[in-house]
Design a protein around this ligand. Structure first.
Ligand code: TTP
Ligand code: MG
Ligand code: MG
Length: 373
């Protein structure tokens, strides 16, 4: 068998932009304090005034030259940067949120297919956009320009045919980056990337890959899919796809993510009196839910069964899954238990059956973000 057959067919027809603000919190603070423009500006509590405590949320590019970075102890920044160069500014999330909302409103002028990854970063699927613009690059350049002139901040973007490449692109030329990766260039672009740039590769995986002599995308491209699958399971399969520029994950709009549940229900006339028939309907609904969840990269933690009898009595029963899942078999197992725990409905005849998946977790290979501290 051709091993490449293990991989899904690539899709190069979508047009995706990934936009990420440059040194986001720090740039907002510099906008407010232009006098700090040439200083090494760190957003976080000043450890010198805080019993040595404090973490760097982010810092400007001057501070980065000294080796300061996000998530570093503030005291480390004090050691790295000359005293007269260093300023600490405490975070002001309210302002960051309002700037983020403003940037999002610009994005929504282009398309509603916007997926926010963080306050300063989003994917846009502009395959069909509100402006009827054919050039993705033009859309991205105009967005970047609008953010600069109307908000006074710089951003970087990547343009490509999937989310993974668009994100690699936006990081490639930061700050004020503009990177376009065409389908014909993807393999070569990925070839020159260090593997630690690939999303989902943590220090442990990195070390294991180094042991296999894999340091760059080009090295990764040479590793057999089956080897990656065996060694890294699902993550290996994703890596094999990424190395070849394949990423079929959709842009999941913010309104979809905020959606609380996905369900299906049907009424029956005549009513159902057979357990087998009822269970086969439930099974089919679980199949449907799996498809809908997979489309969105969601996992559900809770299954809800709705059932109504000939007397129009309705029961709604819910149960948590042992772990979040997008597998119809897991849904069916729980839905069947719920069905079996309803008494008398089958005897009276079932008029309505519904299965709903809820309590979503979004599958995400992005690095964890530390927004919430
Ligand atoms: P990033 O986009 O990762 O970083 P950045 O915008 O500061 O810099 P870059 O130019 O490299 O994109 O994160 C966005 C904001 O999220 C950042 O300004 C501060 C916050 N943040 C934290 O609070 N802690 C963290 O560990 C990281 C990575 C970010
Ligand atoms: Mg950023
Ligand atoms: Mg970001």
């Amino acid at each position: 068998m051709n091993k490449e057959n293990l991989l899904p067919q690539n899709d190069i027809h979508r047009r995706i932009i990934h936009l990420d603000m440059d040194a986001f919190y720090a740039s907002v603070e510099t906008r407010r304090h232009p006098e700090y423009k040439d200083k090494a500006l760190v957003v976080g509590q000043d450890p010198r005034k805080n019993h040595g405590h404090g973490v760097v949320a982010t810092c400007n590019y001057v501070a980065r030259k000294y080796g300061v970075h996000s998530a570093m102890a503030g005291i480390q920044a004090v050691r790295l940067v000359p005293k007269d160069k260093l300023v600490f500014v405490p975070p002001d999330f309210k302002t960051y949120r309002s700037v983020s909302a403003q940037i999002h409103s610009f994005m929504h002028d282009i398309t509603d297919r916007v997926e926010s990854v963080a306050l300063d970063e989003a994917y846009l699927d502009v395959t069909h956009n509100k402006l009827g613009e054919e050039s993705t690059v033009k859309l991205a350049l105009n967005l970047q320009k609008r953010i600069r002139t109307e908000v006074g901040l710089n951003s970087s973007f990547g343009v490509s045919y999937n989310k993974f490449l668009a994100k690699m692109g936006s990081e490639y030329a930061k700050p004020f980056g503009r990177t376009v990766i065409l389908p014909s260039e993807a393999k070569q672009f990925l070839g020159i990337q260090k593997i630690e740039k690939f999303p989902g590769i943590g220090p442990k995986t990195q070390e294991q890959l180094h042991e296999m002599d894999v340091y760059t995308g080009a090295d990764l491209q040479k590793v057999d899919v089956i080897v990656l699958l065996k060694k890294f399971k699902k993550m290996g399969y994703i890596l094999a796809q990424h190395a070849r520029g394949i990423d079929l994950s959709p842009v999941v709009t913010d309104s979809e993510v905020n959606r609380k549940s996905i369900g299906i229900e049907r009424t029956y006339e005549p009513a159902i009196f057979s357990q087998d028939e009822a269970l086969s309907k439930i099974r089919a609904y679980c199949d449907y839910l799996e498809k809908e969840l997979k489309k969105r990269n969601f996992r559900a933690s809770t299954i809800v069964l709705k059932i109504r009898n000939n007397d129009f009595e309705t029961a709604t029963k819910r149960r948590k899954l042992s772990k979040p899942s997008d597998d119809h078999l897991d849904f069916y197992e729980v839905a069947r238990e719920l069905f079996e725990s309803t008494h008398g409905f089958l005897e009276d005849g079932i008029r309505l059956l519904g299965v709903t998946a809820t309590d979503f977790k979004k599958e995400n290979y992005q690095a964890i973000n530390l927004f919430d501290y």
